[in-house]
Design a protein around this ligand. Sequence first.
Ligand SMILES: *Cc1c(COP(=O)(O)O)cnc(C)c1O
Length: 274
Amino acid sequence: MTDGNIEMHIDPARAQQLCNNFSAVLSRVKSASSTSQAPIRLVAVSKLKPANDVLALHREPHHQLHFGENYQQELLQKSQLLPREIRWHFIGALQTNKCKPLAEQIPNLWCVESVDTVKKADQLEKGRHALCEKDKQYEAEPLRIFVQVNTSGEEEKSGVEPKDAIALCQHVRDQCPNLKLQGIMTIGAIARSKGVSEGKENEDFVTLRNVRDQVAKDLGLGQEQLELSMGMSEDFESAIQCGSNEVRVGSTIFGERPNKAEAKIKENNEEGKS
Ligand SMILES: *Cc1c(COP(=O)(O)O)cnc(C)c1O
């Protein structure tokens, strides 16, 4: 059987390990959520991990659909190797001039979570429009957008300032017919997550929730119409307790990541080789 365009070998021990890790994260997500909450979307962040790791989780028993990637070239290659039903999330730093090809070349790109300028939104709009021109079937489903907000004020983090989030959200909603404003996203300061003690809320998550409430109010939307994408390996439980709708978990599922230079998209692990 082929998945995508190639035969892919999956090491059974590795697959078992990944499935166990994934199950453990799933149950932690469940216990952190309250029963009144809508189900939390768990995005498995597979950046710098090989395509057969993704396939192992996409197969039975988990049949995971949502995977997150940070690097454009890597995402493009994986999207060509792996089944089309996978829902890719681009969560990495975006370059304006790469936005159009990103949206145009990956039909099963489910969302882009790192939009922080009007120019990037406009280029993604152009790319999705071009995709729809080639195949009208994609018109039915706009490309979802999360506006990334810099909630920690750290200079090296991307994202719009909280005060500028409304204008950008409004632009996506009103000026980009092939995009859909799905919500807002933050990364937050790791130091802050680690410093949060039991029962105290993480400031970044509180800030993002406040921005969401304000944007929803100004755009005349219900709060439930704007999702919060917040929480990673170190802090996803506290993010859920602060109202997160989507958590993005990488290393707790896939293990530590290799350096970017050493990452291999296609693992060359034919049987018989160690
Ligand atoms: C890498 C990454 C993650 C996952 O990080 P882990 O700590 O490995 O869970 C989540 N979100 C973004 C934006 C990332 O770049």
